[in-house]
Design a protein around this ligand. Sequence first.
Ligand SMILES: [Zn+2]
Length: 388
Amino acid sequence: MTGNQKLPLIIEILEKLVSINTVSDNSNLPFIDFVRSYLEKNNIQSKIYYNREGDKANLLASVGPATGRGIILSAHTDVVPVKDQSWSSDPFKLSQREDRFYARGTADMKCFIAVALAYLPILSASPLLRPVHLALTFDEELGCLGVPLLIDEMKKQLDPGQTVIVGEPTNMKVADVHNGAQSFETVIQGLEAHSSKPHLGCSAIFVAAKLVNFLNSLAGDLKQDVSLCKELYPPFSSINVGSIEGGTASNIIPGKCRFSWGVRSIPESDESAVPSSFGKLASGLEREMKKIDEHCSIKTERLGRIPALNRQKNNNSRDLCLELLDDNSFIAIPFGTEGGYFQKAGYSTVICGPGSIEQAHKPNEFISLSQVIKCSEFFMRLVNKVLN
Ligand SMILES: [Zn+2]
């Protein structure tokens, strides 16, 4: 069997997967239902775990022995929006032009799911040396909201020491390190007054400015702390204030200001350091504001969190993937993934999937035929490796 033989099935599945619009605003249940019924037809049972609202779900399907150190194939089901992007063809219809397949989610990351679905039936039909699991999540693109819930379930059900392959697009290179990321929104409630009477008001914008300026100076400090991982670029943690809004007019002391901000942390850094020094400054400022009016406040909410993936000396997943790819080099990637959560749960984890992050999130996202074949060959070797 060669990687090419499964190609028609992979493309057929991919065509179906991209046709289900899983932009994070939408429910992913139609996608989960399709995967569940496809697996059911192939005698593979899935467990579905819904979010609190019941409109989104994670899926876990397992083949092979009930216990043992398995291989977890991990992917997220959601995709980023196509709004305001100029596409040459319908983003939710797979369109082949030359050696490329275009549609939203082809690279990030429905092709990996399509390949996994094409190979799982072979695994379920034969005795295996170790279990293989498919783990699909919701709302990764909103800050990895679904994966912590699924990992909680996995820790209850699966033996420790699982090997995780997160199929985010790496051009089928093995990545074992990436930065962490966190995003926040800070809302400042001041006190409105006529601008001729500054003693009667409390400017939410001046307070916001102090906080934003503090983040800017912290960002400067972070540049001194360079990562040991030479491949990460830039090699230091960074901070961004992404949006800010507040106030009404130049003659009104503004009562409200909000801004969104984020931190990207190098793997070996303490990811709580920036939020905690920000929090200290904010509580000091809030105390001062409350002396003017007790209703004044500064509230910060964490919107999303992606733990860093640390390069580990021993990593079973890295060893396995390098062997299957007949490769001996591994890389760092600049973007966050669910991999950090799996590693925190004690599973050895790498990121390895078809397609390029260069195409992800952009109009005319595509996966090249050669990447589909490479991923298919990877799965073929994986099958041979676990067959008893
Ligand atoms: Zn992704």
